[in-house]
Design a protein around this ligand. Structure first.
Ligand code: GLU
Length: 411
């Protein structure tokens, strides 16, 4: 199923509970602007390669457009469109003053040299610099992009518009970034997992967690949960994973990945397992923290975890979601579970605009407060309306955007 179709199904379910009119649904589902550009660059070899870049600006009823930039070979307009709409609901669920957008380039970053990636990023900014900016649309890291890419974006944007650190978030701390932004998505996943376990009355120590994906989100979630005395029983990356019933040594895993170009292959502190096995691992909490669409009707029945926390964007397709619903598998949805990243992006943006910077403790404290409050609101709504956490989160997000649309006036 196409990503945008999947999200539309989730949207419709919430819209039915909200009694939204057909014209309002159409407005909320339609992107404000969709841009596709070609990005020709000269490779280090002197050859010419043309890449395709996208930016979908979904909805700005609640504030400037906000969302990451993904570098991945599977990036296409439909995926970016779907992810842009998720950002609209996500920023509304945590009630930060933004709309939603997403961008990307169809490219395998590992196949480009650092210089090629820099050229590609700068040429992309050349193509879209008049479509984003601090009050308009603020990109950030996503899969395949990092602080370095954000630094190039800020620098290139500044060549057209002058010094504007708030035009992009997720920058390196040494280059107008915010301490605590990089860890924020994974940390937020950890914070919300603990909130959920607490609400369910499940004791934390020894909770068995399996994490698919050991990139920025997976690593920080693993570290946070291991510090909270959960047992990380399985982790994997694109090359496969490892498990250990007594719990993997997360610091060892991080050390290994750091020493091996970010990859887990060759780790000796656990037994190897495939990605498919990881999704079916014996555990209490399963955290998909990699690509979208990994849990489908074909493999949902094999999942043994009673709780799934969606650290990735759109990892569960609606058929699988329905299976989990009937089986009573509790799903903490992406638009809440991974909202820690964009929340810390908001702090970074505010700081950039004030030319000020919070310390890490203040960032962590504010992040914890916002996520805890948002979780409580979604939990209460789910209980009051007898709906899943996903439907409740969508109801919260969609109703806030609809309300802002009406307040802003349509004429
Ligand atoms: N790419 C992240 C997300 O999907 C962060 C977006 C942001 O910080 O703007 O939520």
């Amino acid at each position: 199923m196409r990503a945008s179709e999947a999200i539309r199904i989730y949207f419709d379910r919430a819209a039915d509970h909200l009694d939204l009119s057909a014209p309002m649904r159409r407005l909320l589902l339609t992107a404000k602007r969709e841009v596709q550009v070609h990005i020709p660059i000269e490779r280090d070899s002197g050859e010419l390669t043309t890449f395709i870049g996208y930016r979908v600006q979904h909805n700005d009823a609640r504030g400037p457009l906000k969302g990451g930039l993904r570098y991945h070979p599977q990036v296409d307009l439909d995926e970016v469109r779907a992810l842009a709409s998720l950002m609209t609901w996500k920023t509304a669920v945590v009630d930060i003053p933004y709309g939603g957008a997403k961008g990307g380039i169809a490219v395998a970053p590992a196949e480009l040299s650092t210089h090629e990636l820099e050229r590609l990023t700068r040429r992309f900014v050349d193509a879209i610099h008049d479509l984003f900016g601090p009050d308009v649309d603020i990109p950030a890291p996503d899969m395949g992009t990092s602080g370095d890419v954000m630094a190039w974006i800020m620098n290139q944007y500044g060549k057209y518009h002058g010094f504007s650190p708030a035009c992009v978030t997720g920058k390196p701390v040494e280059y107008h970034g915010l301490p605590g932004r990089e860890e924020a998505t994974g940390r937020g996943v950890g914070i919300l997992t603990l909130k959920l376990l607490g609400r369910l009355g499940r004791p934390l120590p020894g909770t068995r967690v399996a994490i698919q994906g050991f990139g920025n989100v997976g690593t920080h979630a693993a570290k946070f949960l291991a510090d909270a005395e959960c047992r990380i029983v399985a982790v994997s990356d694109a090359g496969g994973g490892f498990h250990r019933a007594e719990g993997l040594d997360v610091l060892e895993l991080l050390r290994h990945a750091r020493a091996h170009g970010g990859l887990l292959a060759g780790f000796t502190g656990g037994d190897p397992m495939s990605n498919a096995e990881l999704l079916a691992a014996e555990c209490d909490v399963l955290i998909p923290a990699a690509l979208g669409g990994v849990l489908t009707a074909a493999n949902a029945a094999s999942v043994r975890a009673p709780i799934i926390v969606e650290a990735a964007n759109a990892p569960i397709d609606p058929d699988a979601d329905a299976i989990f619903d009937t089986r009573g598998t509790l799903v903490l949805p992406d638009i809440l579970a991974n909202a820690g990243g964009v929340t810390a992006s908001w702090f970074e943006w505010v700081q950039n605009r004030q030319h000020y910077r919070w310390g890490i403790n203040r960032v962590r404290q504010e992040l914890g407060r916002i996520l805890a409050e948002s979780f409580e609101q979604v939990w209460q709504l789910a209980t009051a309306r007898q709906v899943s956490l996903r439907t409740a989160a969508y109801m919260q997000g969609v109703s806030r955007v609809a309300k802002a649309t009406v307040l802003g006036g349509l004429s």
